[in-house]
Unconditional design. Structure first.
Length: 145
């Protein structure tokens, strides 16, 4: 069994400076702005298809600049398109694209700061409605009446 990559181990231990620390099990979801940014990102990728790598790089840079994110952050947006995901799940999903766990954590931090992604409230963070006493049952003198 192989040893985990150093950046994965550092992310799990919370010892990197690549973005904010998130609670264990924290998931993230796209905001309405994130969904719109995803659609523009997808259009830029499709437009550059078949033209060449330089056209793709230029299109992604043009997409990222006004949002104050990095061009590679679009990959994380794409992974969040279908369902909320946690950092470990995102890191696993994009590892084949060459994105490290530390880069995913930094990307999520930028996307949250830009308002494109929101953390999903954890169960421990959701307020619980207070239990109220039920209305008293009417008094009956016997069981037949």
């Amino acid at each position: 069994m192989g040893r985990p990559a150093a950046d994965t181990l550092a992310m799990l231990q919370g010892k990197t400076d690549d973005g904010p620390r998130w609670p264990r099990g924290q998931k993230f979801t796209l905001t309405a702005a994130g969904l719109a940014a995803h659609d523009v990102h997808r259009a830029a990728v499709l437009e550059a298809r078949g033209v060449g790598r330089s056209a793709l790089d230029a299109g992604l840079a043009a997409w990222a600049a006004p949002l104050h994110v990095e061009p590679s952050d679009g990959l994380v947006l794409t992974e969040l398109r279908e369902k909320p995901r946690g950092l470990a799940d995102l890191a696993h999903a994009v590892e084949d694209a060459g994105m490290s766990a530390a880069e995913v954590r930094a990307s999520v931090g930028r996307l949250v700061k830009a308002g494109l992604v929101d953390p999903v409230p954890l169960a421990s963070q959701t307020p619980v409605a207070p239990v109220t006493d039920p209305a008293p049952l009417p008094f009956r003198s016997n069981r037949w009446g």
